[in-house]
Ligand binder design. Structure first.
Ligand SMILES: [Zn+2]
Ligand SMILES: [Zn+2]
Length: 321
C-alpha cells in the first residue's frame, strides 16, 4: 500500500510502498478515503512529542470503509478512527469513565500507525459509525471536532466564549457553541485578517488579535494555539469564576503571572485526548456542522503540514486517498 512515512522526527514524510498491515484480534482493516491533518501530527512530525512509534504512519482523523475483520461492522461500512486507539480497560481511569487518561493508552498516528496511507487497521471498539456527510468533510470531526467538543464541555455553561487560534478545531467548536446559544469571540495572531474574517463568517460576534481590547469579559476561553504566553493573556480577559481551557497536546512554557489573574475562582484546565463517550455524544447530537476543508492528495502531506505550520489553512486540511 502507498503511505507517507515518518522515518525520523523532524525529517520530511517520505512516500513509501508498505506491506498491508496485519490484522489483529478485534481489529478491522479499513480502506482509507480521507484523513484530516491535526496540529498534533505536526508536533509528532517535528519531534515535539516523546517516543513515537518509528517508522510511523501519521494521521488520526481517518474516514474509510471496512474491508475485513472484527464483528462490529459489516464489510463496506463507513467508519471513523480517532486519536484514542486502545486502552487497557482495567486501570483506575478506565474503570471510572476516564479512559482518555489511561496510562497504557495507545494513540492512532503516534504509538499506532495511522491514516496517511491507503489502508489502516484499527481496534473496532474504538471506531465510530459516522453521521451523514461526505468523507472529506467528516474527517476533521474525528479530532478537531471531538477534542474541541470535550474542551467546550470543560468550559461549562460559559455564555461568552473566547477561542484562541481559529483553525480546524475552533471553526467547529464555534458552530457547536452558537447552536448552544453561546456568544463567540475569536482571538487570532495579531494581523491575521483572514482568520478573523473567517471567524466572523461563522458567526463570531467579535474577532481580533490577541492583545486587542475585547468589548466584554469572557466566561471561558479555549486555547487551541500552542503558545503558553496566551494563558495569562486569556486569564486577564476572564470574568470571576471563568476558566481557561488548554486544548492542545503540546504548549510552550507558560510564563509566570500575578496571582491576581487567577484570584476570584478563575481556573486553568487542560483537556487530554478523548473518550469514546465524547464521540458517541457529539455524533448523536447530529448538529448541522459544516466543516471547511482544504483537500490535498496523500502525496502532498508535507505540503499540508507546512501550510498548517504557517497558519495558511482555512478550516481543516484533509488528505484524500
Ligand atoms: Zn486504562
Ligand atoms: Zn488531533
Amino acid at each position: 500500500m502507498r503511505a507517507m512515512l515518518l522515518k525520523r522526527p523532524d525529517t520530511p514524510l517520505e512516500p513509501a510502498e508498505l506491506e498491508a498491515p496485519a490484522l489483529g484480534d478485534r481489529q478491522v482493516r479499513i480502506a482509507v478515503s480521507a484523513c484530516a491533518v491535526c496540529r498534533t501530527d505536526l508536533h509528532v512530525r517535528d519531534g515535539e512529542l516523546p517516543e513515537p512509534k518509528l517508522p510511523l504512519v501519521l494521521g488520526h482523523q481517518i474516514v474509510g470503509r471496512v474491508v475485513e475483520g472484527g464483528t462490529r461492522f459489516e464489510p463496506g461500512s463507513r467508519v471513523g478512527v480517532p486519536w484514542l486507539g486502545w486502552t487497557d480497560g482495567t486501570c483506575r481511569y478506565c474503570r471510572s469513565g476516564r479512559e482518555n487518561l489511561c496510562p497504557d493508552a495507545r494513540f492512532t498516528g503516534y504509538t499506532l500507525d495511522g491514516g496517511y496511507a491507503e489502508q489502516a487497521v484499527a481496534d473496532e471498539r474504538y471506531c465510530f459509525a459516522l453521521p451523514d456527510g461526505d468523507d472529506v468533510h467528516l474527517a476533521p470531526l474525528l479530532c478537531a471536532g471531538l477534542i474541541g467538543y470535550r474542551a467546550l464541555r470543560f468550559a461549562g455553561d460559559a455564555e461568552r466564549l473566547g477561542l484562541y487560534g481559529f483553525g480546524a478545531s475552533a471553526h467547529i467548536v464555534a458552530q457547536v457553541a452558537l447552536t448552544q446559544g453561546r456568544r463567540v469571540f475569536a482571538l487570532t495572531r495579531p494581523g491575521d485578517d483572514a482568520a478573523q474574517a473567517f471567524a466572523r463568517e461563522l458567526g463570531a460576534e467579535w474577532a481580533g488579535g490577541t492583545g486587542e481590547p475585547l468589548p466584554e469579559e469572557l466566561d471561558a476561553a479555549i486555547l487551541f494555539a500552542p503558545a503558553g504566553e496566551l494563558v495569562p493573556e486569556a486569564l486577564s480577559r476572564l470574568a470571576p469564576g471563568g476558566r481557561v481551557v488548554c486544548a492542545g497536546i503540546h504548549m510552550s512554557d507558560i510564563p509566570s503571572f500575578p496571582y491576581e489573574l487567577l484570584w476570584r475562582e478563575r481556573s486553568v484546565a487542560s483537556v487530554a485526548n478523548l473518550t469514546r463517550a465524547d464521540g458517541d455524544e457529539l455524533f448523536a447530537l447530529d448538529l448541522p456542522i459544516h466543516t471547511v476543508v482544504e483537500a490535498f492528495p496523500l502525496e502532498r502531506a508535507e505540503e499540508a503540514l507546512a501550510a498548517l505550520r504557517g497558519g495558511r489553512i482555512r478550516g481543516a486540511a484533509v488528505l484524500t486517498i
